[in-house]
Design a protein around this ligand. Structure first.
Ligand SMILES: CC(C)(COP(=O)(O)OP(=O)(O)OC[C@H]1O[C@@H](n2cnc3c(N)ncnc32)[C@H](O)[C@@H]1OP(=O)(O)O)[C@@H](O)C(=O)NCCC(=O)NCCS
Length: 141
């Protein structure tokens, strides 16, 4: 991710999530040495992104989204796979994330990439209130 892409990412956040990150919070990730955000670009436009933070070899995926018109073309899968490859270079050995219990498309994507459920956080999300499933994938470095 670079600074010029932040406004487009903030627009996609608003489109894809009921509790979107602000443009300012996304921009601050560029200054955070723990953060790694990857962006999928098509014809100069941001069509997807994944954001992560790594602490002591454990990475949290904070968001993943693909523009509605660009879905089901392999972009979400490619973003997560590219993130895992980049994290290996940073000596991370695991990736954890939360997903809404009702978000079947995302759960199918994560299952196909080898994530397993390791927990559940009751009423974690608001708008609407809903449990989060905690998923994790690990690898050897
Ligand atoms: C989840 C999301 C990122 C997937 O992005 P995508 O680019 O459409 O995903 P891909 O094309 O790489 O799909 C990979 C696999 O995920 C599964 N999948 C994706 N969308 C699906 C859907 N609507 N229904 C069922 N399975 C789906 C399928 O297994 C798919 O493989 P296939 O197309 O070979 O069947 C996208 O739907 C999105 O942005 N959703 C809104 C935001 C969101 O929920 N983010 C995740 C938060 S945890």
């Amino acid at each position: 991710m670079n600074a010029s892409q932040v406004p487009q990412i903030a627009e996609l956040e608003k489109l894809c999530f009921s509790d979107p990150w602000s443009e300012q919070s996304i921009a601050s990730e560029l200054e955070n040495p723990l953060s790694l955000w990857l962006v999928a670009v098509e014809a100069g436009e941001v069509v997807g992104y994944v954001g992560s933070q790594t602490v002591l070899g454990e990475t949290d995926m904070m968001n993943l989204a693909v523009a509605p018109e660009a879905r089901r073309q392999g972009t979400g899968r490619a973003l997560v796979l590219a993130l895992v490859e980049a994290l290996k270079e940073k000596e991370s050995h695991s990736l954890m994330l939360e997903v809404r219990a009702s978000n079947i498309p995302a759960q199918k994507l994560y299952a196909s990439l080898g994530f397993s459920q390791v927990g559940r956080r009751p009423k974690y999300y608001s708008n609407p209130r809903e449990d989060a499933l905690i998923l994790r994938k690990e690898w050897s470095v």
